[in-house]
Design a protein around this ligand. Structure first.
Ligand code: FAD
Length: 302
């Protein structure tokens, strides 16, 4: 239970307009699923993030850092704590030569756009990824020929003990959909990208090609969280799911996309429970047919 005193303190650190009570999380996820957060705070600055997260930690109040919610499935009961939403109020992007500094709430698509405008190459892969820079580095987001690891020079973050730190290179532990930040107490504040000078028309052509391929292959017209499962070594989740005869398989309002079996979509009114049950059923049936256990890529917040 979050008391009035706690809410008042959060408002002191932020502003009354930034703090919402019983806020439906379905509005903050690309799945369009999720019950209410007891409290949701729209973070506006590094100071707010530092102070509010420090306070919640001290008071032992559960909190969840949310970017654009494009890789997250909340439960139908919502979140019994405080969701710190790092979105457009914390999304400055500054370009200095071949360096781009982007605050955690900047959307990868816009950072890729800023790179293109400044004739910088390396971020084309991100031009169709609907996450924030913060969520992108947590997940080491990647597509086609690129991933965050290849273009990240350094990351400014709040350490688990609440200090501002800058991590680089191996310290970031960037691997397949993983990083030092995933399932940790770090909060990403800013990502510093290092890109290479390129030719604007070539950058544009590459972005257009990637986005065309996405439109052709992915169910972008339906709510989802992108690829639901991690790619198993030497194989593809979508292929295994199709071979298990699960294309178009549904549980309630959730379904395996017929366009791309690696995507679980909200085909209309899906609950979180529908999605979780469908994921478990897919895991079971794929294992029976192939002996391979698929692991979810998406963050399931129970
Ligand atoms: C249509 C579609 C296509 C997609 N295509 C791709 C793709 O090609 N490649 C790919 O890799 N992914 C893809 N995704 C998945 C998703 O966009 C990425 O994983 C993205 O990086 C998630 O960013 P987010 O801001 O939405 O993260 P969220 O879903 O908000 O959060 C994800 C995780 O990161 C944590 N987090 C978020 N921000 C911070 C922060 N500032 N500090 C600390 N922790 C934080 C959250 O707590 C959570 O654990 C796709 C999704 C959709 C819907």
């Amino acid at each position: 239970m979050i008391s009035k005193e706690v809410i008042d303190r959060i408002i002191e650190y932020t502003s009354p307009e930034s703090v919402k009570l019983s806020e439906p999380l379905s509005r903050y996820t690309t799945f369009k699923i999720g019950g209410p957060a007891k409290c949701l705070v729209d973070i506006g600055s590094e100071r707010e993030l530092t102070e509010v997260s420090g306070f919640l930690k001290k008071e032992k109040i559960p909190y969840f850092i949310l970017g654009n919610g494009s890789n997250t499935l909340f439960s139908d009961e919502g979140f019994n704590g405080v969701v710190l939403h790092i979105g457009k109020n914390f999304s400055d992007v500054v370009v200095e030569g071949n360096i781009i500094r982007a605050k955690a709430g900047a959307i990868l698509v816009s950072v890729a756009g800023a790179a293109y405008k400044n004739s910088l190459t390396g971020l084309e892969f991100a031009s169709g990824i609907p996450g924030t820079v913060g969520g992108g580095i947590v997940m080491n987001a990647g597509a086609y020929d690129g991933e965050m690891k290849f273009v990240t020079k350094a990351v400014k973050a709040l350490s688990p003990s609440g200090e501002t730190v800058v991590l680089e290179g191996d310290e970031l532990k960037l691997g397949y959909r993983s990083s030092v930040f995933r399932h940790s107490d770090y909060v990403v504040l800013e990502v510093i990208f290092e890109l290479k000078p390129g030719k604007q028309e070539e950058i544009k052509a590459k972005m257009d090609d990637f986005n065309k391929r996405r439109r052709e292959k992915q169910p972008l017209d339906m709510p989802s969280a992108g690829s639901t499962f991690k790619r198993p070594e030497g194989n593809f989740a979508g292929k295994l799911i199709m071979e298990a005869g699960l294309s178009g398989f549904t549980v309630g309002g959730a379904g395996v996309s017929e366009k791309h079996c690696g995507f679980v979509v909200n085909a209309g009114g899906a609950t979180s429970k529908d999605v979780v049950t469908l994921i478990e059923e897919v895991q079971k049936r794929v294992f029976e047919v192939s002996g391979i256990r698929l692991e979810p890529e998406i963050e399931i917040v129970r």
